[in-house]
Each structure stands twice: as structure tokens, then as C-alpha cells.
Design a protein around this ligand. Structure first.
Ligand code: KG4
Ligand code: ZN
Length: 411
């Protein structure tokens, strides 16, 4: 993004635009209203929210089924589908809320990180919208939004530890404020959701009668329920690296090699459902859960050693699409119970991408008067954008060894 959207103090016209409490509609009584728009990947989402975090109306169009059919997200297809749906999705959110564009106080839109072609559609739509209706614009960092969603539902005060796991990211950070994060670790190659999606594709889970409408991660979770996680032992990544970074590509390779071996043993072609598919799903999910749990355990110890979390009610927040996974939640629960933290996860529908989390991030910014732009400022999207200040090298230098914890995750 070319603009650094810090506090726009002296902008008197912006202050005037922001003094827009609406007492008109019954639902929207005396509260500033935000429209949130999300198009960073394959979901077109919009929501209208008031300043208390009440969702007045929302709409979500998921491209999942189209991408499942084509075997992965094709950026030009995602762009085309966002273009075809954004107007309708935003209008639906407005209609359901009974709010007119004139009654909005600001528009918040994801501008980073994500797929360039997808981000571009949401940004272009939003900039046209805010100029037409003369509304302030709040550019949103998608991972900041995932991290803050929990505050819409629970009174969680800063600082807290957050593990964000999705199709594009895997990171551990200390959330110190709405726009203030310390990045403890991030993925060195691919994200866990991406790995789960690839494994699901390689296993042709779309041909499975229970899985054809599910995302890769959802399909693996469902099949793992009836699988033996011990039948195939995959190596947990980065066992010898005492930091909080992640790596999933090597695990993906281990799984692909096993699948090839099993296809040869069963005498079937690639694309055929293997008889041991449940066991592969269970072992995959278990290894992903172990990796996430171990890195998070070290992050908790690093935070404790450096006084980064409050002694009263220290909290781990787990969010992002992969955080919908109940088995992964249970693995993290073992870590938080052993270390005296409380674990909070938004419900699954707020873990995966949606317009509500973006509207909420807009509300958080509005309350702080931070990162709000006048309608005429040009903003560019950023496909890659780290979250906060990266201190992963310090975490690595601390080389914290993990005490052994029995990670007996209940199925
Ligand atoms: O946060 P999200 O909706 O989009 C990104 O920002 O990437 O996350 C989507 C990812 C996909 O890779 C999907 O397979 C994964 O989240 N996912 C799951 C589950 N539900 C969605 N992974 C594991 N278990 C689930 N239940
Ligand atoms: Zn996401």
C-alpha cells in the first residue's frame, strides 16, 4: 500500500464525516455504522455492523465449489467470480440491515495480504463506493481481522497470544493493540490449510460421497474421525529447530510419498479412492495438530519468559479457517491447560473468511480513530504483508527447549 494510514489528525473534513451517529432506524439507534467488505481469497463477504459489534446484516458468497471442481483456486476465475458477485453481496448486506449507504459512517475493506486479483476487486469496488457516498475508508489487514474477531464475542483485553492458521497463513503473534502485533513465528513455506487442501486433492476426496462439497480441511477432519492416526507415522516438522516458525511442505511430501506407495500396493491409479483414506486423514490431521501445538507451547514459554502476557487471565486466541478444526482445538487445549492460559476460538463461521470480521476490524479502528482515510485517498492492495514487528529471530535465539507434555489428543 502506498499510503501509511496512520491517525489523520488535522483532517477536519474527515472528522466531520466520522461524526455520523444515526438515530433514524430502530436497529441502528445512535451508533456509528460500518460496512465491511472481504475479497482477499475465494469468499466475497460483506456485513453491516454497529459500533457495539452487533451484526445488522451480512452476506457471503463462497467460491469453494467452483474451485473444488477445478482442483484449486485459479486467480483469474476467483477475480471473475468476485466481480460477478460483489455488488449483489454488498447490496444484500445493506438490505438485510435496513441501512442505506448514506447512514454508514465508514467502509472497511481487506487490502492485504491475499490474492492480487481478488484484493483488487474489493478495493476497486470500495473506493468507488466511498467516493460516490463520501464516506471514510478503512483499509484492513486480513490477518489483523482474523486476530481481532474474538473481541467481537468476548471481552478479551490486550495483550494476548494469537495463533492464526488458514489457507494462506500460519503465524504466532502477541496482539498488543488493534494495530500493534509482535510476530513470534510464521510459516517458512506453505500454510496448513493449503497443505490440507493439497492432500485432500491428491486423495481425490471430491469423489468421496461424504466429502464432495467440503473444503480440503473439512474433508480431512471428517474422515479422520473414523481413522487410525497411529497406522502411519509422519515426522512432525522442525523437531530440531527451537523457534516458533512453521513448515508444512515437507509433511506434504511425506504424505504424497505414502499415497503413491499405497496406490502401488493396492494396484490402483492416481485418482482412485484408497481403502486406507481415513487412516491417512487421521495421521495427517494429527501431525498438523502436533506441529501447531509444539510451536505454540514454545511461544507461550517465550511470552512468559519475556513478560509479554498479563499474569491475570493470560489468553491464547486460535483463529483462521483451520481453527474450525475440533481436533486441532483439542491439541491446543492441552497446551493451554498445561501452561495456565485460557483458550478462546471464535465459532467456525467466524474463523473462515467473512465480511463480519472486516466490519468488526473497522469498528475497532473507528473506536480508536486509527487508520481511517478520507474517501479520495488512493490506496493500493498488497498481496504480501507481514503482520506487525517480526521478532522471530529473537525467539530463535532464545532457543527454548520444550518440556515434554503428553499430547494425548482425544478423538
Ligand atoms: O481463513 P480461511 O477461510 O481463508 C484464508 O484466509 O485462507 O481458511 C481457509 C482454509 C482452507 O485451506 C480450508 O481447507 C481450511 O481453512 N479449513 C479447515 C477446516 N475448515 C476450513 N482446515 C481444517 N479443518 C477444518 N474444519
Ligand atoms: Zn482468512
Amino acid at each position: 500500500m502506498c499510503v501509511q494510514p496512520h491517525k489523520v489528525s488535522g483532517a477536519r473534513s474527515l472528522q466531520r464525516l466520522l461524526r455520523c451517529k444515526y438515530a433514524s432506524g430502530s436497529k441502528a439507534s445512535c451508533s456509528r455504522l460500518v460496512l465491511g467488505i472481504e475479497t482477499s481469497c475465494d469468499d466475497t463477504g460483506a456485513a453491516v455492523m454497529d459500533e457495539t459489534g452487533t451484526i445488522l446484516g451480512e452476506s457471503l458468497y463462497s467460491q469453494k465449489e467452483v474451485h473444488l471442481r477445478s482442483g484449486g483456486i485459479i486467480p483469474t476465475v476467483a477475480q471473475q467470480l468476485h466481480r460477478e458477485n460483489i455488488e449483489r453481496v454488498v447490496q444484500e448486506a445493506l438490505d438485510r440491515s435496513g441501512v442505506t449507504p448514506a447512514e454508514l459512517c465508514a467502509v472497511a475493506t481487506t487490502v492485504k495480504p491475499g490474492l492480487a486479483l481478488s484484493l483488487g476487486v474489493g478495493l476497486q469496488f470500495s473506493q468507488r463506493f466511498v467516493r460516490e457516498h463520501n464516506k471514510p475508508f478503512i483499509p484492513i489487514h486480513h490477518m489483523e481481522a482474523h486476530a481481532l474477531t474474538v473481541r467481537m464475542l468476548h471481552p478479551v483485553t490486550f495483550p494476548f497470544l494469537v495463533l492464526l492458521v488458514s489457507g494462506g497463513h500460519s503465524l504466532l503473534a502477541v496482539a498488543r493493540g488493534v494495530r500493534d502485533f509482535l510476530l513470534l513465528g510464521h510459516t517458512l513455506d506453505e500454510a496448513p490449510g493449503d497443505t490440507l487442501d493439497k492432500v485432500a486433492r491428491r486423495l481425490s476426496l471430491r469423489k468421496h460421497p461424504q466429502c464432495f462439497t467440503l473444503s480440503g480441511g473439512q474433508a480431512i477432519e471428517l474422515l479422520a474421525k473414523d481413522g487410525d492416526r497411529k497406522r502411519f507415522g509422519f515426522r512432525t516438522p522442525m523437531g530440531q529447530t527451537p523457534d516458533c516458525c512453521f513448515s508444512f511442505a515437507g509433511l506434504g511430501t511425506q504424505i504424497t510419498m505414502l499415497i503413491k506407495k499405497k496406490e502401488a500396493e493396492e494396484g490402483v491409479e492416481e485418482g482412485t479412492l484408497l481403502s486406507c483414506v481415513n487412516d491417512i486423514a487421521a495421521a495427517t490431521q494429527h501431525t498438523v495438530a502436533l506441529h501447531l501445538a509444539k510451536r505454540t507451547h514454545r511461544a507461550v514459554l517465550f511470552c512468559k519468559a519475556n513478560d509479554l502476557l498479563p499474569s491475570d487471565n493470560p489468553t491464547l486466541v486460535l483463529s483462521g479457517g483451520v481453527a474450525s478444526n475440533q481436533y486441532i482445538r483439542k491439541a491446543l487445549m492441552i497446551i493451554t491447560e498445561a501452561t495456565g492460559l485460557r483458550l478462546l476460538c471464535p465459532p467456525a463461521k467466524f474463523c473462515t473468511d467473512n465480511g463480519v470480521m472486516i466490519a468488526w476490524n473497522g469498528v475497532e479502528r473507528l473506536r480508536e480513530g486509527n487508520g481511517i482515510l478520507p474517501p479520495d485517498v488512493d490506496v493500493s492492495y498488497e498481496p504480501k504483508a507481514p503482520l506487525g514487528v517480526d521478532i522471530s529471530a529473537e525467539v530463535r535465539a532464545a532457543a527454548i527447549r520444550l518440556p515434554s507434555i503428553r499430547l494425548k489428543i482425544p478423538n
